[in-house]
Write a protein that binds this ligand. Structure first.
Ligand code: 531
Length: 356
């Protein structure tokens, strides 16, 4: 089995190690446009040795943003600022990725540091939509409009347009966000999807939106570049979306040309009781990898080099994605290499060589 500092090749893309920066919302864009903040935030994790740097949830439409500060890729003006960041990330030896997202019923909220509650339409917010007219719950109290068949087709076309722009921006790894209670996940879960048409009810119907979107995206995203999907593998609620369904969905996503499943959980309903602890979502990556026969990423409270190395060595996942630990330490991969006796397997920037 490989270890944390062994390269990974998927299609034409090779990660220099198994460490990725998980997409992390910065809520610091200007009408969706990436700023110098993003260049520094993503760039410093590339100089810190990450193999993969995935830009935050990037909205495929203005109405699909979680907050007014979200990154976006719904217009041509978004492309060059992302391309600038990608050029830097790539020059540092990391692979630049992007996560495409639509927030569904969780859109139109204040930034977390401004309270995170839904914003009224006359106070910086906008009308929202979802599979069914069911509010998420406090503090996200707005009731979404039930999406029509035309709404569904339009959002799918927006994902396709966003994919083309991601390619034009030099992204080499594309993730579709279908987790954390955003639109894709809202269709999957019977807790948020109570439709009676072809997009709701049975398992086959609830997965239809994501599978169709994936198929349309795969047609325009080059065959040789990795396409991945982030799932909330369970809602952590009886009667909700669960791991068995995630395994079957992963099999079908693989058949659509998805190269890796990014295994997260939760976020669909506020009542979930989540047993958070070190590596608490790793078993999802392990089971999907084994039973669906698809590569996986493990994410969630991965902080320790030995823990991360063991996840890879034991074959539980192909990649580890770190989020908050990367905020604490942008140079986590370089420090982890030292801790694991793997310093020969990293190349710090020449400018920083004397420190490592
Ligand atoms: C944290 C979160 C993790 C797991 C379940 C729900 C929420 N995140 C998720 C982010 C936005 C900010 C908070 C996204 O997935 C876009």
């Amino acid at each position: 089995m490989p270890h944390l500092f062994e390269p990974l090749t998927i299609k034409s893309v090779t990660l220099r190690n198994r460490i990725g920066v998980s997409p992390m919302c910065q809520y610091s864009s200007d009408d969706g446009v990436a700023t110098d903040w993003h260049l520094v935030h993503l760039g410093s994790r590339a100089t810190g040795g990450a193999g993969l740097v995935i830009a935050e949830a990037t909205a495929v439409s203005a109405e699909g943003r979680i907050t007014p500060g979200d990154a976006g890729i719904w217009a041509d003006k978004h492309v060059e600022p992302i391309a600038r960041i990608n050029r830097f990330v790539k020059a540092q030896g990391a692979v630049p990725g992007i996560q495409l997202a639509h927030a569904g019923r969780k859109a139109s909220a204040a930034r977390p540091w401004e309270g995170g509650a839904h914003l009224a339409d006359n106070a910086g917010g906008w009308p929202i939509m979802g599979p069914s007219a069911l509010a998420f719950g406090a503090p996200l109290t707005k009731v979404p409009r039930t999406m029509s068949a035309a709404d569904i087709a339009r959002v799918q076309a927006e994902f396709v347009a966003a994919t083309k722009r991601s390619l034009a921006a030099g992204c080499e790894w594309l993730e579709l966000h279908s987790a954390h209670g955003y639109l894709g996940h809202e269709f999957l879960s019977p807790l948020s999807n109570q439709r009676t048409d072809a997009y709701g009810g049975s398992f086959d119907n609830r997965v239809r939106f994501l599978l169709e979107t994936t198929r349309a995206v795969r047609e325009v995203w080059p065959e040789q570049l990795p396409l991945t999907v982030r799932l909330s593998c369970t809602d952590w609620v009886e009667g909700g979306w669960d791991l068995d369904q995630s395994v079957e969905l992963s099999r079908r996503l693989k058949a659509e040309g998805v190269d890796l499943i990014d295994c997260s959980s939760g976020g669909g309903v506020p009542s979930a009781k989540i047993p958070i602890g070190p590596g608490y979502q790793v078993p999802f990556a392990e089971r999907i990898r084994r039973e669906a026969g698809v590569a996986t990423a493990a994410v969630g409270m991965i902080t320790d080099p030995k823990q991360a190395d063991e996840i890879i060595r034991s074959g539980q996942a192909d990649v580890v994605l770190l989020a908050r630990e990367f905020l604490r330490d942008p140079n986590w991969p370089l420090h982890a290499a030292r801790a694991l006796g793997q310093i020969k397997n990293v190349t710090p920037p020449v400018q920083y060589g004397r420190a490592f």
